[in-house]
Write a protein that binds this ligand. Structure first.
Ligand SMILES: Cc1ncc(COP(=O)(O)O)c(C=O)c1O
Length: 402
């Protein structure tokens, strides 16, 4: 596969001994353009951004801000000031909870999240609700692993001030009808935060078309460095929000009694950011945009359908990923066999998949108290890898006594 040449994990000399990597929902392999960018930046000299005024620093500040422009084009934000760099989706959600949430919510208000949220889109709201006396309500899901839109409709009322929902479930793979959900929420005046951590590497995202108020994602799940991420927010919301973290570079004037903050986005970027990581993230986004995304998505869908079909041939299996609109994530359980034991057996055969609670304990506990298994494909995976996974899984089930 030609696309693999863009990933040193597959193309370097010792890649033959690398595992069959089917844990892409946890993190993706890094693109060559990303690795090259980090290498180039660190070799050519470090400097801090938005501070020093020497040429090296000015050059890096320009590249840091160019990266913001690239990112704004990538998700079709109206204005590059709507892009805030964070350390990932988790930090971006915490920022909204601690800034927008602290500023705008009062006792008696309600926040809605869905039953399929990652801990990152659950715990920040739990904490905020405790402090503010706000209720956290949960949108149920259907038997077919989809958001229950009727139930959502009945939960929506004028007390609901924020709905925080995942674009693609990291457990079920369900692609939620985000545009429709946003329209429903806006009717009652609620703002909507979309957790796009599992989306951006796989499907194009257009924040203006979705009309979401906030959209978050992590760099490491789209071929870029760890500890990089994005909070998109509509400019009017960001301008009205207080900073969450404070310190260097987010201020205009400071005295011992008070401080005056920079406008967004800098007021949300206190301290030295992950400069090289963010510039490299923009290379990953440019790389993604240079690909034939439609055919790569079709390839991922083909691999997913093939795997689902082969998995269903296995005795005593339960597929949890049953939604009609679904990405390349499949969770499943085998009756009476511990998920962790199976993933360890697969690992012994050099196949990397995920098992356990998948950072979504309330949902996974309902699916299988002891944890589930998850395979997640990316466009660089091959049909042979899917076949090998299925064969090895069958052998592992036999060893585990199934
Ligand atoms: C749906 C979803 N949201 C949020 C996160 C948190 O991402 P990060 O750990 O990169 O902040 C993840 C990570 O697995 C995820 O799958």
């Amino acid at each position: 596969m030609q696309i693999r040449e863009s990933f040193p994990f597959y193309s370097h000399n010792s890649s033959k001994s690398n595992p069959i990597y089917l844990d892409n929902a946890a993190t993706t392999q890094k693109a060559a353009v990303v690795i090259d960018c980090i290498n180039e930046l660190w070799r050519n000299g470090s400097a801090n951004v938005h501070r020093s005024s020497h040429s090296l620093a000015n050059n890096l500040t320009r590249r840091y801000e160019d990266a913001r422009l690239v990112c704004s084009h990538f998700i079709n934000a109206k204005n590059k000031r709507e892009i805030i760099w964070t350390s990932g989706a988790t930090e971006a959600i915490n920022l909204v909870a601690n800034s927008w949430g602290m500023d705008n919510l009062t006792a008696g208000d309600e926040i809605l999240i869905s039953k399929m949220e990652h801990h990152a889109n659950l715990i920040p709201w739990q904490q905020l609700c405790k402090i503010k006396g706000v209720s956290l309500k949960i949108i149920p899901i259907t038997e077919t692993a989809e958001i229950d839109l009727l139930a959502l409709n009945s939960l929506l009322n004028s007390k609901v001030k924020l709905v925080a929902i995942t674009h693609i479930s990291n457990v079920l793979g369900t692609v939620n009808p985000i545009k429709e959900i946003i329209e429903l929420c806006h009717k009652v005046g609620a703002i909507v935060l979309v957790d796009g951590a599992q989306a951006v590497a796989h499907i194009p995202v257009d924040v203006q078309q979705l009309d979401c108020d906030f959209y978050v994602f992590s760099g490491h799940k789209c071929f870029a460095p760890e500890s990089t991420g994005v909070l998109y927010g509509k400019l009017n919301l960001l301008e009205a929000m207080s900073p969450w973290k404070t310190g260097g570079e987010m201020v205009k004037t400071v005295s011992f009694t008070s401080s005056n903050f920079q406008p967004a986005p800098l007021k949300f970027e206190a301290g030295t950011p992950n400069i090289s990581g963010i510039i490299a993230l923009s290379k990953a986004l440019t790389f993604i945009n240079s690909l034939d995304r439609k055919s790569l998505f079709e390839h991922e869908q083909y691999l997913t359908q093939l795997a689902k079909q082969k998995l269903l041939e296995i005795n005593n299996i339960k597929l949890h990923s049953t939604a009609k609109q679904s990405s390349s994530i499949i969770s499943f359980s085998i009756n009476n066999i511990n998920a962790m034991d199976l993933s360890a057996l697969l690992d012994e055969q050099n196949i990397a998949i995920r098992s356990g609670q998948l950072c979504a304990m309330p949902l996974v506990r309902k699916l299988n108290n002891a944890g589930v298994l998850r395979v997640s494909f990316c466009f660089y995976n091959s049909t042979d890898e899917v076949i090998q996974f299925i064969e090895t899984l069958k052998q592992s089930i036999a060893i585990a006594g199934g």
